[in-house]
Ligand binder design. Structure first.
Ligand code: FES
Ligand code: FES
Length: 210
């Protein structure tokens, strides 16, 4: 018969089991405190730990200041869709391949699935919901999509529109080839690229007229 394993008492009186219990208890206390002391606008009594990132932040999205609690590893796509309810930004691959999640950050198109939300403090984010004017008038690129009926299932549509709007800010009068190259980071599972390009070219024309 095997003898039971004995836990050796250390010279200072701390057993291995007591030590592990202490570490777990300390970790739980630290992680719980950040919730217990959190108020609606600020943390009370518990400052951020050295090297940690303050979770509560203000995002500028579609011209509005939005207060939101963001985990340090959270992507902008997740924040936009699941914290702010801006579900027009789609998640396709979630790894920088399809462009469905494209938004503008300081007027430049980015894959929001691959941008950490904490890196866009003090920057302006525009999503598909922010394209139309306050009076409800569609953006020229949105109007072109309506007129040309350029998409089939339209899952990729908001990403294509955001990529096009961003591209047209830098090159307002592109050839078809230039625009195709400019938005080539966006993929369409329905592979309706000709119709999409028709709509985006019409959007460019609408923008020049506006
Ligand atoms: S979901 Fe971001 S690139 Fe595909
Ligand atoms: S229209 Fe279906 S994915 Fe593009």
């Amino acid at each position: 018969m095997t003898a039971p394993i004995q836990i050796q008492e250390q010279p200072n009186g701390v057993t291995r089991r007591k030590f592990i219990k202490g570490v777990i208890a300390a970790g739980a206390a630290v992680s719980a405190s950040s919730y217990l002391f959190r108020g609606p606008e600020q943390l009370f009594g518990q400052g951020s730990l050295p090297g940690s990132v303050e979770r509560l932040m203000t995002l500028t999205v579609n011209g509005q200041q939005r207060r939101v609690d963001v985990m340090k590893q959270e992507t902008l796509a997740m924040t936009l869709r699941y914290k702010l309810g801006l579900t027009g930004t789609k998640l396709g691959c979630d790894r920088s391949e399809c462009g469905a999640c494209t938004v503008l950050i300081d007027d430049v198109p980015h894959y929001s699935c691959s941008v950490l939300t904490h890196t866009v403090r003090n920057k302006k984010v525009v999503t598909i919901e922010g394209l139309e004017s306050p009076d409800g008038k569609l953006h020229p690129v949105q109007q072109a999509v309506v007129d040309e009926q350029g998409f089939q299932c339209a899952f990729c549509m908001s990403g294509f529109m955001m990529a096009t709007v961003g591209f047209l800010k830098a090159n307002p009068n592109p050839t078809r080839e230039e625009l195709a190259h400019g938005i080539s980071g966006n993929l369409c599972r329905c592979a309706d690229y000709n119709k999409i390009l028709n709509a985006m070219m019409r959007g460019a024309e609408n923008m020049r007229r506006a």
